[in-house]
Ligand binder design. Sequence first.
Ligand code: HAM
Length: 404
Amino acid sequence: MINALRGMKDLTFEESERFVHIVTTAIGISKKYGYSYIETPILEETKLFKRSVGESSDIVGKEMYQFMDKGDNDVCMRPEGTAGVVRSFIQAKLDRRQNEKFKFYYYGPMFRYERPQKGRLREFHQFGCESFGEASVYEDFTIIQMIGDIFKALGIGYTLQINSLGCPTCMPPYRQKLIGFLTECKEELCEDCNRRIDTNPIRVLDCKNEKCQSLLIDSPKLLQNLCNECDSDFKKLKTLLDKSNIAYEVDSNLVRGLDYYSKTAFEFVSNEIGSQSAIAGGGRYDKLVEFLDGKATPAVGFALGIERIMELVKMPKTEREGYYLGVMEEENIDALFPLASKKRVAQKVTVEYEPKKLKAHLKGADKVNARYCAVIGEDEMKNGTIWIKDLVEKEESIINQSDF
Ligand code: HAM
């Protein structure tokens, strides 16, 4: 028997319904916020992710599904959606339309070769949004508000964590300060952190090692080292959230696992799904378009993890719906198709091809959760009628086929 690969899952029945429910809810809300659909390829040049997500990130360093294709191109299955959307934005020359704003939403599979565990897959699905051309912190607030709306519509509780990662003015001097601090306690930091001092010292801040975390209590804090602009934007964001009654926690160690962020960074976490608790994450990435050779364009976005949210979503009980049609004699089956077509304009219709006794048809209607079981027997065929049972009201009737 051939099974799905480790860390990859099939979704069917109730699970796939939950998946569709999450995606359609998110699409409905993001459209109300002015987003339009963008579809980008799953396979991209490896260098796109190296340059955007960052060579020193775990995603690029350890987790990429990377290979040489038959044409000897170094390609990679996307580990996240932002890089491809930015590549597409530049390729379509939208970066040259500097006084316009562009808002895109997307959903689809992402691939990370991580160690699979509960809530952590190798193929998982994200719904994401990317907003281009809006430098104002009001847009950061609006995106957070939109995610809040999506979770509210799905009936999901969460904790919102926010931080500012500064900009090219305040980040480099802070980085130097942090390197100084980390170098002094180098011996006591874990192996990963030691490596990160040189490659990406900011990532040390979210090391999960308890010893490292206890040492970091005294580390210089970025929020206390922001330039005036970043500081005032962060304060403005907090005021906007306060005024809208959106609860949040400031987490100065929230650095995110991707290198392209500046200024606002945020994560939505749930305490109901175990250790892989981030259900959405995002932030501002004002330098990325320029970094990928486009014209400098401010941008902000997020992605939510559909599988993790599936753990939290409760689907409303599905009501009985539509019609089940059957015949008792084989020769009458043709009569069902025009009736089915007519009903399908507005209703769900299941046609049973096998002639059966009434009792068996009622069972069949029950199995497909139909509201009505409609059957043509010998008498009905003779009289041009059809027998119908409403399986909710438990009422039976016989009507003319022409009135069906
Ligand atoms: P991310 O935080 O890497 O951000 O991923 C977003 C969400 O995807 C996470 O919060 C989590 O719910 C889900 N996720 C990540 N990895 C896995 C996994 N292995 N298994 C299951 N779910 C997972 C990004 O990808 C950015 N592109 C978000 C963004 C968009 N920032 C700006 N624009």
